[in-house]
Design a protein around this ligand. Structure first.
Ligand code: DP6
Length: 343
């Protein structure tokens, strides 16, 4: 029996998903900024929605090429393509050639409107960099995570996070920073699930279609202003201002989606019913809550923690709401000392 000349390099990490209060929608197309966002975005990292990922580089194999196991099954080919893109960059930085086995698991159901690509690629970036012996501070990982998914670079920090899109940065570099940590202002995200169908048009395609909307310019200027207002509202713990800015901002993103060619309409009748319920809870009932909606029909309802039980009850009573998931403000990714998914 021959002995493997080099030992396997392995590490495991976990990262929380995030929900954006100011949404990233639309990417630049021309180098050197191709793939960079058109507008700044701000998100809250989620404590309860976590991906755990182990990366093992095996010099000499097996496997002979990168392999992905996702939630105990072989991962879809399109996910493996993105994973390999991240691993290629890790190999380039580390001077490695070995293929890797990636074993990843989400602790939350997919297609419920909680972004598994955000937590997934943040965990992958950290685990892969650690396995390869590369620096692992969030700033070292933002470009790596972004290579997998834009929103993933916000999941490299806990609490409230700004992904900047202003010029003056190094060309093509991703610029992300924490606004405040999770304990500064704990909020709750109640996800009203109205459909579990996977979205027909993935975000990656939508980011390019944004250019075809006649409303894009107006939205970009609105989103830049919203980012300033939302950052200040977070620093001031001003929930009322946050509510107003966040709802206006999500509606402007969906206006761009709906006026793209082809038009992207992610909402269902139940989506609108939940939006109406949230508005009436806040405006008539004085209950501190507001909605935000990603590229899908499910509605994230952001609330002050003391209002969460009542908001949850009210959302569960809306016809068509299948389930309400509960998340709070979470911390940044962590390396796991030992073990990982399925170990
Ligand atoms: C509507 O990060 O999923 O959720 O960079 O192509 O992976 P890719 O897109 P993705 O886009 C997220 C879009 C959004 C808004 C947001 O999270 O900011």
């Amino acid at each position: 029996m021959t002995k493997d000349p080099s030992p396997a390099l392995s590490a495991a990490a976990c990262a929380g998903s995030n929900i954006a209060f100011v949404k990233y929608w639309g990417v630049r197309k021309e180098p050197p900024d191709a793939g960079q966002p058109l507008n700044p975005s701000i998100s809250m990292t989620l404590r309860e929605a976590v991906t755990t990922t182990r990366v093992t580089f095996r010099p000499g194999g097996p496997p002979e090429r990168d392999a992905l196991i996702l939630n105990e099954r072989p991962g879809p080919p399109e996910a493996l393509v993105r994973v390999t893109r991240v691993l290629d960059e890790v190999r380039r930085r580390a001077g490695l050639r070995a293929p890797a086995e990636v074993v990843s698991a989400n602790n939350f159901p997919t297609s419920t409107g909680v972004a598994s690509s955000a937590s997934g690629f943040a965990a992958l970036a950290l685990a892969a960099a650690a396995a390869a012996g590369l620096p692992c501070a969030p700033q070292d990982l933002v470009d790596l995570a972004h290579t997998g998914s834009g929103s993933a670079c916000r999941s490299l920090y806990g609490g409230y996070v700004l992904w900047d899109a202003s010029s003056g940065r190094e060309a093509g570099a991703t610029s992300v920073r924490q606004i405040v940590a999770e304990d500064y202002w704990p909020l709750v995200d109640l996800v009203a699930v109205v459909s579990r169908r996977a979205k027909k048009v993935p975000s990656t395609e939508g980011h390019l279609l944004a250019w075809s909307s006649p409303f894009l310019e107006a939205r970009l200027s609105q989103a830049r202003t919203a980012a300033r207002i939302v950052e200040k509202a977070i620093l001031d713990r001003d929930f009322e201002t946050l509510c107003r800015a966040m709802e206006a901002e999500t509606l402007s993103m969906h206006a761009v989606m709906m006026t793209s060619q082809p038009a992207l309409l992610y909402w269902l009748p139940e989506t609108v019913a939940v939006m109406g319920k949230v508005r009436s809870l806040r405006e008539q009932g004085g209950i501190p809550c507001a909605f935000t909606i990603d590229a899908g029909p499910n509605v994230h309802v952001i609330a002050l923690p003391e209002a969460a039980p009542e908001v949850r009850r009210e959302l569960e009573a809306v016809p068509g709401v299948e389930e309400v998931l509960f998340c709070t403000t979470g911390g940044g990714p962590r390396l796991l000392e030992a073990g990982g998914p399925y170990e």
